[in-house]
Design a protein around this ligand. Structure first.
Ligand SMILES: [Zn+2]
Length: 285
């Protein structure tokens, strides 16, 4: 079960991994907590009259297309996008938006889905949210709480029969080490590195890669990931950063997606190459 804040997050964080597991016969469910209603039109080609007004409906269609491409099942939790507050001081969060909903209410909604779907493995974001969007931070909090409490017989009694997931991971999709590796390839070829600005921006932050425990080989599914991203046509500029590194280069020099094992109820050896490592099918599946 991959838990994400907005439609399109499932296609930019761990997407090739979900596509691979789905292709290998794992039942994969993407849960999207909000409808992405406050997303801007980020693809100039889609910035046409009427699009912004129809955003909620368009994003549902985009999400359905992306789920089809990834080969995963999908469900909405039904909360409303908080938007990315901008300005100094930051404006208050919109009334009723996801980040203003009491955490226990959002947790119960996710616990209900966990108890229905009964996942062995869950993925979400780390405590920084991957990037500082209030919905991403809340996605982390609610996912961790649901992982902890879904198996609790006392909590959320009206949300279904208890189910205890075994492993919880954080996505680490945007590490500095990965960009550095690509940059070295461009430098070796005497070409300008197209993501230099992005690399500069994260240069002084701690690198997510230091937290990674698990490398999932999924290069074969990078084209599927890119197709799913492009399905979110209002959000993803086909000429933007996500597509700046040639596919073959990515597949050659960085064929994995990375995760951090945040909680585990089974024994496993780090580093891992499989989100299901340590889960004995005879016992659990
Ligand atoms: Zn998001």
């Amino acid at each position: 079960m991959a838990v994400h804040a907005h439609p399109d997050d499932e296609s930019s964080k761990g997407a090739a991994t979900t596509a691979r597991y789905a292709d290998e016969g794992v039942d994969v469910l993407v849960v999207t907590l909000t409808g992405g209603e406050r997303g801007d039109v980020l693809n100039p080609a889609m910035d046409t009259p009427g699009v912004a007004e129809r955003m909620p409906e368009i994003r549902r269609q985009e999400m359905a297309a992306a789920a089809r491409i990834l080969g995963v099942r999908h469900t909405w939790l039904g909360f409303v996008d908080s938007g990315l507050p901008q300005g100094d001081p930051l404006p208050p969060l919109p009334d009723g938006s996801f980040a203003t909903v009491p955490p226990a209410e959002a947790t119960e909604a996710l616990v209900r889905v966990v108890r229905e779907f009964r996942p062995h493995v869950m993925t979400t974001y780390d405590e920084n949210g991957g990037y500082p969007h209030p919905d991403h931070i809340r996605c982390h909090e609610v996912s961790v709480a649901a992982f902890e409490l879904a198996g609790d017989h006392v909590r959320f009694r009206s949300a279904g029969d208890p189910w205890t997931p075994l492993k919880l991971y954080y996505n680490h999709a945007f590490s500095r080490r990965r960009l550095d590796r690509f940059k070295a390839e461009f430098v070796a070829r005497g070409e300008p590195f197209p993501l230099a600005e992005w690399l500069d921006r994260i240069a002084r932050r701690p690198d997510d890669m230091d937290r990674v425990t698990t490398w999932v080989e999924c290069a074969k599914y990078f084209p599927v990931r890119d197709d799913a991203l492009r399905a979110h046509a209002t959000q993803i500029d086909p000429n933007g950063n996500f597509f700046a590194i040639p596919m073959e280069l990515q597949q050659q020099v960085w064929p994995t997606e990375e995760f951090e094992l945040a909680r585990s109820r089974v024994a496993t050896d780090i580093p891992e190459d499989d989100l299901f490592a340590g889960i004995d099918p005879a016992r659990y599946l």
